[in-house]
Design a protein around this ligand. Structure first.
Ligand code: NAD
Length: 295
C-alpha cells in the first residue's frame, strides 16, 4: 500500500480562500475589517520568516496586519505596555506574540496579559480551560490545523483510536482535547511512555509532535492508519545544505499508512491558515456575530 499524501499546502490555500470570502462579507455587511497584531522581540531569523509569512497571509485574506518589531533588549514592562495598548485598540482583533522571547521576559506573564478574546494563539489559560471544558474557545492553531487535516480523510473521527505523541501546551495537550471533542478515543504518549511503538500501532490516527527527526518508524504504524506529522526538524542534507524532516520516517511510513502529511507542506501551511481563521473568529465574536461557517 502507498499512502495518500495529505496536501496541506493546497488544503491550506483553499481554507484561506474561504476565509478571504468571509472576511470580505464581514467588511461589506458590517464594516468590520479583522486586524492581527504580531509582536516580534529580537531578530531570530526563523521567527522573522514566520512573522513575514503570517503578515502576508493576513493581508492576502483582506485583513489588516500590524507588525511590531522590538529590540532584543526590550524589558518585560515595555512588552506588557504594548500588549495592554493592543488589548485596548478596537482595530486589533487578534494578538500574536512570537515565541521564544528573550530571557529577561517571562513568556507566561506576557501570554496571560493578552485579552483572551484576542488570543488567536489560544495559549491563554482562559482559552485552554474553555477548550478543556468543551466551551467555545480560541484554540491553538497547529492542533486546530491537524484536526482539519484528519477530517479531510475521515468525515467523522468519532470512535477512532487516536494517539498523540507529545504533551506540550502548544500542540500535544490541546490536540488531545480537540480530538476528545471529536469523540475520538485519545491516548497521549510522551517521553516517559513505555513501549511507544506498540502504543502507536493501536492508532487509527497517529499524530507526532515531538521534535525528533524521523523517530516514528514504518513498523510503528498500523496498516492503513492516518499519520499527521507535526514535527519540523532541520537535518544535514546534500552538499553541506540542510533539509527539513518531520518526526516520522516518511518513506517507510508512506508504505504502510493509508494517508500521511509530508514535511514540509503538511501541517505548517494549516497553522498559518488557522491563525487567520482565528483572527476572523475573534473579530466576529467581538462584534457579537455568529461563528463564521468555514471548515
Ligand atoms: P516540545 O518540545 O514542547 O514537546 C515535545 C513533546 O515530545 C514533549 O511533550 C515530550 O514529552 C515528547 N517527547 C520528547 N521525546 C520523546 C520521546 N523520545 N518519545 C516520546 N515523546 C517524546 O515541542 P512542541 O512545541 O510540542 O513541538 C513539537 C514539534 O512540532 C517540534 O518539531 C516543533 O518544531 C513542531 N511544531 C510544528 C508546528 C507547525 O506549524 N508545523 C507548530 C508547532 C510545533
Amino acid at each position: 500500500m502507498t499512502a495518500t499524501i495529505i496536501d496541506g499546502k493546497t488544503i491550506g490555500q483553499n481554507l484561506r480562500a474561504r476565509i478571504a470570502e468571509e472576511t470580505a462579507a464581514l467588511s461589506q455587511q458590517h464594516g468590520i475589517v479583522p486586524g492581527l497584531a504580531v509582536v516580534l522581540v529580537g531578530t531570530d531569523p526563523a521567527s522573522e520568516v514566520y512573522v513575514r509569512t503570517k503578515s502576508k497571509a493576513v493581508t492576502d485574506a483582506g485583513m489588516r496586519s500590524f507588525d511590531h518589531k522590538l529590540p532584543k533588549e526590550t524589558s518585560q514592562a515595555e512588552l506588557l505596555a504594548l500588549v495592554q495598548k493592543l488589548n485596548a485598540d478596537p482595530t486589533v482583533h487578534g494578538i500574536l506574540v512570537q515565541l521564544p522571547l528573550p530571557s529577561q521576559i517571562d513568556s507566561s506573564v506576557i501570554l496571560n496579559a493578552i485579552d483572551p478574546g484576542k488570543d488567536v494563539d489560544g495559549f491563554h489559560p482562559m482559552n485552554a480551560g474553555r477548550l478543556a471544558t468543551g466551551l467555545p474557545a480560541l484554540v491553538p492553531c497547529t492542533p486546530f490545523g491537524c484536526v482539519l487535516l484528519a477530517k479531510t480523510v475521515h468525515t467523522s473521527l468519532a470512535g477512532m483510536d487516536a494517539v498523540v505523541i507529545g504533551r506540550s501546551n502548544i500542540v500535544g495537550k490541546p490536540l488531545a482535547q480537540l480530538l476528545l471533542g471529536e469523540n475520538a478515543t485519545v491516548t497521549v504518549a510522551h517521553s516517559k511512555t513505555r513501549n511507544l511503538p506498540e502504543v502507536c500501532r493501536r492508532a487509527d490516527l497517529l499524530f507526532a509532535a515531538v521534535g525528533r527527526p524521523e523517530m516514528v518508524r514504518g513498523d510503528w504504524i498500523r496498516p492503513g492508519a492516518t499519520v499527521i506529522d507535526v514535527g519540523i526538524n532541520r537535518v544535514p542534507g546534500e552538499g553541506g545544505k540542510t533539509r527539513l524532516v518531520g518526526d516520522v520516517a516518511f518513506e517507510e511510513a508512506r508504505a504502510v499508512a493509508g494517508a500521511i502529511t509530508p514535511v514540509p507542506g503538511g501541517v505548517g501551511p494549516m497553522t498559518i491558515a488557522c491563525v487567520i481563521l482565528n483572527t476572523l473568529r475573534a473579530a466576529c465574536a467581538r462584534a457579537g456575530l455568529p461563528e463564521p461557517k468555514i471548515s
